[in-house]
Design a protein around this ligand. Structure first.
Ligand code: HEM
Length: 444
């Protein structure tokens, strides 16, 4: 880091040599939620490396938008690049702008409707396989579902059950492994034959091999329906596919798990949402996907779940030039961290912030205070894709099933997203299911 260290408060729980690693590892989200009371910028240490935590929506927004030219992605991504390639999720600067321009058209409105058909078909297959009264591991189901949807959209090929299972295992293993690697004190630790290292290496190879198989299958059945049908060097195409699979699988799976979990704990909200979505999905006559994605009661539930359970609990940047924030100058080289999860739970912005209350979305909320998909040049490219996916899957499941949870879920922030601990639900046919059968099942 160049220049003098800025004078900002230091977070609680510092320990010699390791800094705030224990606080971050043991209670990451409560720890990050506790920092705003110290000030808008708080210093923590990861080992000896100072990291500046931004604790207000204004500063986070400013760094993501106005000041985005003065930051890059930071040390976690330096580690990821050689292993995971230089796809959109990881790339920077001119190359990022160039790739974003090439890929953006694949996420336009017309394409999103096309993907909604994939979502609908895949989610219906999943929902039809559920057995009334049997406990279901929701995270496993939704990981398999979201991985299959992104992969099919990327390559326009349907995955075999074996390929789906490989993806379900590989994506979470890569995502948590890459976060741990970034926290190692020295690169030599990556070569120690620890279980976590072996699991990560195996998952990266499995993901790359699978992407190569799917690319080959996609090339054998040419068309322009695949999301990645653009002309690009083969290595870059592989990097982009890995990037989109990593960015677009676990985020959706965890977000959807939390939506369904909250609805299973709030039966009245579930019932009322079921009434609102009834009749929106039609298998044979065609569904108006915009109508599903824009259904207001559903929007309130999805917003509230994304607020309370924002998947990206930690995002990072590094200053490439001196960065003036709220009267403090962070020098070039300063590592910056912020938590969208902590921002979205700020009690000064959200009354009863730990309560799941979809009704709060009946009143306007400051735009900068709610950014589950980020903002600025790195804003999520798959935001409408993800929203449509969440809306369609939630509607389809509620239409058919009444869901209840069998145990309380706890948060686990051991990966790049806040996952629920094992989440078991049970399903029973939804009241009025005959009507659902009329719209969804007998029309195929
Ligand atoms: C609920 C689901 C999702 C959430 C909450 C989410 C959230 C985010 C956030 C916060 C960022 C910004 C990261 C940063 O600024 O460092 C991001 C970036 C990204 N997301 Fe998503 N995402 C979701 C789903 C998806 C899906 C479905 C895809 C693709 C199929 C996707 C692809 C990407 C990519 C490629 C980036 C990097 C964009 C860039 O740097 O230009 N995401 N996402």
């Amino acid at each position: 880091m160049e220049g003098t260290e800025p004078c900002v408060p230091v977070g609680p729980g510092w320990l010699p040599g390791i800094g705030h690693l224990v606080a971050l590892a043991l209670r990451p989200i409560p720890f990050l939620e506790s920092l705003p009371r110290l000030g808008p910028i708080v210093r923590i240490n990861i080992w000896r490396k100072p990291v500046y935590v931004l604790t207000t929506a204004e500063l986070v927004h400013k760094v993501m938008t106005q000041e985005s030219a003065k930051v890059e992605k930071g040390f976690v991504f330096d580690k990821a690049r050689p292993l995971l390639g230089n796809g959109l999720f990881i790339s920077e600067r001119e190359f990022h702008v160039q790739q974003r321009r090439i890929i953006q058209p694949s996420f336009n409105r017309e394409k999103t409707s096309q993907y909604a058909e994939i979502v609908f078909r895949s989610a219906r297959r999943m929902a039809e396989s559920w057995i009334p009264g049997e406990p279901l591991d929701l995270m496993d189901e939704l990981h398999r579902l979201s991985a299959g949807i992104v992969a099919e959209a990327l390559f326009d090929v349907q995955l075999t059950p074996g390929q789906l299972e490989r993806l379900r295992v590989a994506v979470p293993a890569v995502l948590s492994g890459f976060l741990w690697r970034a926290l190692y004190p020295a690169p030599a630790f990556e070569r120690i034959p620890l279980g976590v290292n072996r699991k990560f290496d195996k998952a990266v190879t499995s993901l790359r091999d699978l992407v190569d198989d799917l690319r080959a299958a996609s090339a054998a059945a040419p068309g322009d329906r695949a999301l990645l049908s653009q002309t690009m060097p083969p290595q870059q195409l592989r990097d982009e596919a890995v990037s989109l699979l990593l960015a677009g699988t676990e985020t959706v799976a965890t977000s959807l798990s939390w939506v369904l979990y909250e609805l299973s704990c709030h039966q009245q909200a579930q019932e009322s949402l079921r009434e609102s979505i009834r009749g929106l999905l039609h298998a044979r006559t065609g569904t108006d996907w915009d109508k599903v994605a824009g259904c207001e009661p559903l929007t309130r539930v999805l917003n509230e779940s994304l607020r309370l359970h924002t998947p990206n609990w930690i995002l990072m940047r590094r200053a490439v030039a001196p960065l003036e924030l709220d009267g403090t100058t962070l020098p070039a080289g300063a590592e910056i961290l912020f938590s969208l999860t902590a921002l979205h739970r700020a009690p000064q912005t959200y009354q009863d912030s730990s309560t799941f209350d979809p009704q709060r979305w009946e009143r306007p909320i400051a735009r900068k205070a709610f950014i589950p998909f980020g903002a600025g040049s790195h804003k999520c490219i798959g935001d409408s894709f993800a929203w449509t996916e969440m809306a369609v899957v939630t509607s389809l499941i509620l239409d058919r099933w009444q869901i209840s949870s069998t145990r309380r879920a706890r948060e686990k922030a051991t990966s790049v997203t806040v996952r629920p601990s094992k989440m078991h639900i049970r399903v029973q046919p939804a009241p009025g299911g005959l009507r659902a059968a009329g719209t969804l099942h007998s029309e195929v």
